[in-house]
Design a protein around this ligand. Structure first.
Ligand code: MTE
Ligand code: HPA
Ligand code: MOS
Length: 776
């Protein structure tokens, strides 16, 4: 089978073009987006008398609060009330995995930007003005900003985790080459276009409705109930869509919603709390910076025999999702390679930064950067190209991951060799070499970046979802799930599923808001699994309805239900249309008092993981791919431009080609941004220096590679994926890691004395320094 794969890819390249017009469906949100009609939290029609709130946060990264004087702020005309931890009727606690994070600081502050109070006023302007009138005295305590420092001081979030396979120590002794080194990868700001925010309204009997920009409506509901000390059923959380989340709203949308609800609880009035960009940048956590050490051992024929790492995760001042993210770093520490002897360890280091949180890839990218660095180092020392080491170690069918899962339906070699063939990488490398021979002021670099990413929440119990499907008496359909639309197109995919099963047009289907009263106890929309989990539940609900409707039709038409199918808005008998239309069928079902509503529950089968042994089968399946990146560096200025990123990506059987391509392109650019441009900076006092878009550079149209090509390696797909269409949200971000190594290769060509450093992002300043460091 494998021998034919390359051909399959070649053919589907043409297929993809010819079929794309028919098959690709636009993200259905694009219509309201371009007209400016899409609704976000800031667009809710606020009720009369609504108050506006602003958060008062810590102006120090670590210290004891000696005194706070709210009197001038409270006296300001239009200020209604200022809430602190003293006003919390339940628990002043919002930690999800570990109970270590207060909603409002009590007598100590642990990071710059830590919420201390909520100022509620007639307008946001007044609330902001009042914030400036609060006087606070803080006695400084020592500030830790780096993971290394935290480790030295024994400051940790939880106990370390470690995965191992084989006998690493013994294997190192047998290696022909052993190399050790250090790496650093910086954090990353989510920069969702819609900042964090929520709107809380009082309902009857002390019930509260919250409109939130969250990936996790249940997290908001449960935490609000905990803080207010009331039952969950008194809180309803509703989400229309997010203007981006990228993981930043998996956990960290919660505090703002809880604060708005707390004010509503006390004032019995609606309260709107939306962070402005500065407040959002300062108060929220980001991707975790990692400082890591590695040791890699190879044989003469370039097989990686042993690999060992210690990852220091800069978790920030509270756990948030750090333990789960640390775990995923271990899952992806060997990326697309089979390494028979592995020992990985991760320490979640407690520092005085805002608690860092989920960000597309969820710790996976940080783990992959380290092994790619180790390979680059080994290649440079041995005098081969990194590509040779990468190719010699690609994962194969039935290889074992360090966490015990056996790799199945592996596409690592297939995507790698397909990329080489389709994009003619030999010619590409020759082009780069020729260019470098003929140019002195400009140099090109090329890199390969394979990816392997596990799909499922690593925490097995989170892998479930439900769908509530109503067919209305006119034949139109309403679907509720836990899926939160954040730009990734999941609502469009849900509609496609229902349209496909019922065989009715998309305009007969509506995806309802994500609401905790319709679908309860949900996992967040995250882990790239939203379409898989909620889609499978939707599929089950729709199929159950179809079975019921077939019974109705078989009675009406007097034929066996086995002969009946639903097609083109009609009932078909043995593949021929009958006189019974979809709408007539629904009317008939109503008259027969057949239930036209179905609620289905899906829980991913087969997956399990035993944390006491650190072994199991945590992922439903893996997503594979390979990117080839080329860059041109201006060696006078240190600036650079990516010529192309050429990708062969494993979509399985994509159900929405346009949406999935958008996900690959978007994730790639976000990954390139993390690796090359985006530089989070805190000073030694723990104050965020990159606190505005003038000091924090994200990719813009000029940073996009001149050419991005994505070719699907269409395989038979995977039954664990929705309609065999593999999850696509996060994996392609890691193609961006290739950008770092392409740049490094260009620098090395210009300056043979350049001492390889693995310190991301590779900003133009760092490129310039690399070009001239020790240059002869
Ligand atoms: N795409 C857009 N446009 N906006 C987003 O916020 N989030 C990413 C990814 N793609 C995101 C996105 C992240 S972090 C995840 S986990 C997935 O989408 C979540 O959606 P999915 O599970 O439907 O892929
Ligand atoms: N990915 C994203 N979010 C999560 C995960 C995960 O694997 N586990 C818990 N929350
Ligand atoms: Mo994505 S980081 O799992 O929200």
């Amino acid at each position: 089978m494998h021998n034919n794969k390359t051909n399959t890819v070649r053919n589907t390249k043409l297929d993809a073009v010819s079929k794309s017009l028919k098959q690709s469906i636009k993200n259905l949100d694009s219509y309201t987006h371009v007209r400016g009609e899409s609704l976000y939290v800031d667009d809710v029609n606020i009720r009369q008398g609504t108050f506006h709130a602003v958060v008062f946060d810590s102006p120090k990264a670590h210290g004891k609060i000696k005194h706070i004087d709210y009197s001038k702020a409270e006296a300001l005309e239009g200020v209604e009330r200022i809430f602190t931890y003293k006003d919390v009727p339940g628990e002043n606690e919002i930690g999800g995995i570990i109970a270590d994070e207060p909603l409002f600081a009590e007598d100590e502050v642990h990071f710059w930007g830590m919420p201390i109070a909520l100022i509620v006023a007639e307008s946001e302007f007044i609330a902001r003005k009042a914030r400036g009138l609060i006087e606070i005295g803080i006695e400084d305590l020592p500030v830790i900003t780096t993971a290394k420092e935290a480790k030295a001081k024994g400051s940790f979030i939880n106990a370390p985790r470690s995965f191992s396979l084989g006998d690493t120590e013994k294997a190192f002794a047998d290696c022909d080459y052993v190399f050790e080194g250090e790496t650093f990868s910086n954090g990353q700001e989510h920069l969702y276009i819609e900042a964090q925010g929520a709107y809380a309204e009082p309902m009857e009997n002390g019930n509260i409705k919250i409109t939130s920009s969250t990936q996790g409506p249940t997290a908001v509901q449960a935490t609000t109930a905990r803080v207010l000390g009331i039952a969950m059923h008194k809180i309803e959380v509703d989400v229309t869509r997010l203007g981006g989340g990228f993981g930043g709203k998996e956990d960290q949308a919660t505090p703002w919603a809880v604060m708005a609800a707390l004010a509503t609880y006390h004032l019995n009035q609606s309260v709107k709390l939306i962070l402005n960009r500065h407040d959002d940048l300062r108060m929220t956590g980001k991707r975790h910076p990692y400082e890591s050490t590695y040791k890699i051992g190879l044989s003469k024929d370039l097989k990686i025999l042993a690999y060992q790492t210690e990852f220091l995760q800069n978790s920030g001042a509270a756990a948030d999702l750090s333990p789960a993210i640390a775990e995923r770093t271990l899952f992806h520490a060997t990326n697309s390679y089979y390494v028979p002897n592995v020992t990985t360890k991760v320490l979640s280091c407690k520092t005085n930064l805002p608690p860092n949180t989920a960000f597309r890839g969820f710790g996976g990218p940080q783990g992959m950067f380290v092994i790619e660095s180790a390979i680059a180092k080994a290649a440079s020392e041995i005098g081969v190209s990194a590509r040779q080491i990468q190719e010699a170690n690609l994962l194969d069918e039935n290889d074992t991951f360090s966490y015990g899962q056996i790799a199945k339906k592996v596409e690592a070699k297939n995507t790698w060799h397909s990329a080489k063939n389709i994009f003619n990488s030999d010619a590409l490398e020759q082009e780069v070499a020729d260019f470098n021979k003929n140019n002195t002021a400009f140099k090109k670099g090329l890199s390969f970046m394979p990816i392997t990413f596990g799909i499922s929440f690593t925490n097995t119990p989170m892998n479930h979802a439900r769908a509530l499907v109503h067919i209305y008496l006119d034949g139109s359909v309403g679907i509720s799930t836990a899926a939160v639309e954040m730009g990734q197109g999941v609502n469009t995919k849900m509609m496609q599923i229902a349209a496909d099963v019922f065989s009715i047009p998309i305009d007969k289907i509506k995806i309802e808001t994500t609401n905790t009263t319709r679908v309860a106890n949900t996992s967040p929309s995250a882990a790239s699994s939203t379409a898989d989990l909620n889609g499978k539940a939707t599929l089950m609900a729709c199929n159950a309805l179809v079975e019921r409707l077939k019974l109705v039709a078989s009675e009406d038409l007097n034929v066996s239900e086995k002969d009946i199918t639903l097609k083109d808005e009609s009932v078909f008998i043995n593949d021929k249309p009958s006189e019974l239309s979809w709408t007539q069928l629904i009317s008939s079902a109503m008259l027969k008092r057949v239930a036209l509503t179905e609620n289905a529950h899906y829980a991913t089968p087969e997956i399990h993981f035993d944390k006491t042994k650190e072994k199991g089968h945590p992922f439903a399946y893996h997503v594979y791919g390979t990117a080839i990146t080329t860059v041109t560096v201006d060696c006078t200025r240190g600036t650079y431009e990516f010529d192309s990123v050429k990708i062969v990506h494993d979509y399985g059987k994509s159900m929405s080609k346009g949406i999935d391509l958008g996900q690959v392109e978007g994730a790639l650019i976000q990954g390139i941004g993390w690796m090359t441009l985006e530089e989070i900076a805190y000073n030694d006092d723990g104050r965020l220096l990159s606190n505005a878009l003038s000091t924090y550079k994200v990719p813009d149209i000029f940073s996009v590679p001149k050419r991005v090509e994505v070719i699907p390696v269409e395989t038979e797909g995977n039954d664990m994926a929705i309609l065999k269409s593999k999850a696509v949200g996060e994996p392609p971000l890691m193609y961006g890691i290739g950008a770092y190594f392409a740049l490094q290769n260009a620098i090395k060509t210009f300056n043979s004395n350049y001492d390889l450093e693995f310190h991301a992002p590779m900003t133009p300043e760092k490129v310039l320094m690399g070009l001239y460091e020790n240059k002869k």
